[in-house]
Design a protein around this ligand. Structure first.
Ligand code: TYD
Length: 206
């Protein structure tokens, strides 16, 4: 199922999804959008942030469950200020999320195999548009290092494996003809070039 008015940005760490969201926030049309991200700011999402910092070590399968639980709140719950997005979409807001279940099908498939993340995420709707930020892990890690401290997944081998999974996943969804529009962006380009390409697609929704 496609959730109308729902737009997702995906890519490995340092691909520039947050930068592009910040550019959109500055636009005069910004009040038509609701900006959000996963992990959310719900209690589950906040706990996941501490896990990502390396403060709590969990079995990788537990993390996969938590990311999916946080996603359920994001779509349907009220436990965080950015939760309940399904309702927002049906009320006519264009909801733009920095990450969604494609992150679980890539990152968590590296840590605990493909089967569990797919199972845990099978009930969530697809977005109307998925922007995939394609970038080499070498470039993306340089950007992460400029930003500051590394999180647990921000290592070259890990991001290489994740990027490969993203590519495969995009091919898979393209071949399935689900009705979700996939826009592949060359995220190594300047932020102005990337944002122009995003706007070309997003402005069609307004
Ligand atoms: P990120 O989106 O890069 O946010 P920030 O810039 O605030 O650090 O960080 C989220 C991290 O969580 C990123 O490394 C990907 C990871 N993640 C998963 O592993 N699985 C998921 O399902 C989600 C949503 C994120």
């Amino acid at each position: 199922m496609i959730l109308k008015n729902f737009v997702v940005f995906e890519g490995i760490d340092g691909a520039g999804t947050s930068t592009q969201i910040n550019i959109l926030k500055e636009k005069k049309e910004a009040e038509r959008f609701f900006f959000t991200a996963e992990p959310t700011d719900s209690p589950t999402g906040k706990f996941l942030r501490t896990v990502l910092k390396g403060n709590v070590e969990l079995d990788p399968r537990t993390s996969a469950y938590l990311f999916a639980a946080d996603r359920a709140e994001h779509l349907w719950g009220k436990s965080g200020s950015n939760c309940g997005i399904e309702k927002k979409c049906s009320d006519g807001k264009i909801v733009i999320s920095d990450r969604y279940f494609f992150s679980s099908l890539t990152y968590q498939s590296v840590t605990c195999g493909e089967e569990l993340p797919r199972l845990l995420n099978s009930a969530f709707p697809l977005p109307q548009i998925l922007f995939f930020f394609k970038i080499s892990p070498e470039i993306s890690l340089k950007r992460v290092d400029v930003r500051g401290e590394r999180e647990i997944y921000e290592k070259i081998d890990f991001l290489q494996a994740t990027e490969e999974r993203y590519e495969k996943l995009m091919d898979e969804y393209e071949s399935k003809n689900t009705g979700m529009k996939i826009v592949r962006l060359d995220a190594s380009k300047s932020k102005e070039e990337v944002s122009a390409q995003i706007w070309q697609e997003l402005s069609k929704l307004l």
